[in-house]
Ligand binder design. Structure first.
Ligand SMILES: *Cc1c(COP(=O)(O)O)cnc(C)c1O
Length: 444
């Protein structure tokens, strides 16, 4: 498979280059040249297949030309060492729980898959200081912990996690600041968008790229976002087994739009989902695009659902590219296709709280603030005859202070999470100026 850039000015890349580089030379995002449909027989059998086998079929469709079959199967099986169950919340609303991985967030799958694929591509080169691969990742909370843990101890790779000082929860913070080994946490005096800008600038800086091999593990990396497609096939399979897959609406709480983008790729591969909803917090750039056809990025707003505090979602470029057929359609035609398939929702912190309380009192299901946006969007938008599945993207205990306070309960912290909290915080403090970040990296 070859990959092109959404900006159309960079050379075509193979998978290895797309994964190692992350972002194309023209700052565009890599897109696979083709999205093959999966065979009918696969969808016929899917409800009896287990998650790992469904995922291996999907993975082969994307990566089968570039990764040896046995190795790919190992990567997939090793990545998916936990389940992603579908749980009934109301008669027509189901939660797709994506939080049973090592850091209790859905980004575990993409991070673990990417670490293993990168290792696959680099295992034959001897690891010396010169060919050490440095992963730069900006996080508003959950990406950092998933990537740090996905890459922890992987030979030949060092990870720098950039996060906005004081803007991630203490539980999130300890998951990437206490690990040590090949993981360095960088505390930036700024907001998430500043962290993301630092990472993007680093990739564009020639001197820095001469000095060290850099790659990204944000959802811009194809190895991180494509594996998330597995979830949607699995959700479909589980709903089909329940006899509820005919009018499925998939609702994805979205920030950088990597997760929903992978769901849309699944749809392109033939996954029979009727329509999609992108649920947002108060960061409403995509919602506004759906209403007006104009994409107007803004500074991000801090909300209760902080892993979705994104004012200029990177993967919007992929969605546009997908539905414009790589620029072949007019912006109006593209907008029309997008609004036919995807609707939006945007919720204030007050609405998120209200939804968490209402859901808990009526169903005793504990939503986290991100999942709450998804649940509410289904409640408000499902039509008669439709069944909705929303992604519960993080375990509510990851946001314990908020969830306890909103629901008046004392939610139990899973042992896995408690273990992180016992470690000692280590971080490097930097300003949001690129010059400082560059000087720091040049000293490594
Ligand atoms: C990252 C994240 C999201 C948003 O996912 P995107 O792929 O960035 O749209 C939603 N919820 C949680 C808990 C997350 O960590």
């Amino acid at each position: 498979m070859k990959y092109y850039s959404t900006n159309g000015q960079a050379p075509i890349a193979d998978l290895q280059k797309a994964v190692v580089k992350g972002l194309a030379e023209d700052r565009g995002l890599y897109m696979p040249e083709e999205i093959y449909k999966l065979p009918k027989a696969f969808f016929g059998d899917i409800s009896t297949m287990k998650f790992q086998d469904i995922a291996y079929n999907v993975a082969s469709n994307f990566f089968g030309d570039d990764v040896d079959g046995d190795a790919l199967q190992d990567i997939v099986y090793d990545t998916l060492s936990f389940d992603c169950p579908v749980v009934k919340v109301t008669d027509n609303i189901y939660a797709l729980e994506l939080f049973h991985g090592p850091t209790l967030a859905f980004k575990d799958v993409g991070a673990r898959f990417m670490a293993r694929l990168l290792r696959y591509f680099t295992q034959n080169t001897q690891s010396t200081q010169n060919n050490l691969i440095n992963v730069l990742v900006a996080t508003s909370g959950d990406t950092g912990s998933a990537v740090a843990n996905g890459f922890l101890g992987v030979e030949g790779i060092h990870v720098y996690v950039l996060y906005p000082k004081g803007k991630v929860s203490p539980i999130q913070e300890c998951q990437f600041t206490t690990l040590g080994k090949n993981i360095t946490a960088i505390e930036v005096d700024g907001v998430f968008d500043d962290c993301q800008a630092l990472v993007k600038s680093a990739f564009m800086d020639e001197e820095l790229n001469q000095h060290m091999k850099l790659t990204s593990a944000n959802s811009i990396n194809v190895a991180r976002f494509l594996p998330q497609t597995f979830y949607y096939f699995n959700a479909y399979a589980r709903m089909k087994a329940l006899g509820l897959a005919d009018n499925l609406v998939m609702c994805v709480p979205s920030g950088n739009f990597g997760n929903i983008c992978s769901a849309l790729f699944g749809h392109e591969m033939g996954l029979p989902i009727k329509r999609f909803i992108a649920a947002n917090n108060a960061n409403d750039v995509f919602y506004n695009y759906l209403q007006t056809g104009k994409y107007e990025p803004k500074a991000s707003i801090q909300t209760l659902a902080n892993a979705m505090d994104v004012g200029d979602p990177s993967n919007f470029a992929r969605i546009l590219n997908l539905y414009s057929q790589n620029g072949a359609l007019t912006p109006e035609a593209t907008h029309h296709r997008i609004t036919n398939l995807i609707s939006g929702a945007t919720y204030s912190d007050e609405q998120i709280k209200e939804t968490m309380r209402q859901c808990y009192s009526e169903t005793s299901y504990v939503l986290d603030p991100h999942g709450a946006c998804g649940y509410r969007a289904l409640q408000e938008n499902l039509q008669p005859g439709e069944v909705g599945v929303f992604c519960e993207t993080a375990h509510p205990a990851k946001f314990k202070e908020k969830v306890d306070d909103i629901l008046g309960i004392d939610i139990e912290i899973p042992a896995r999470l408690r273990a992180f909290m016992e470690g000692e915080k280590q971080s490097v403090e930097l300003s949001k100026d690129f010059a400082d970040f560059k000087a720091y990296l040049m000293r490594q």
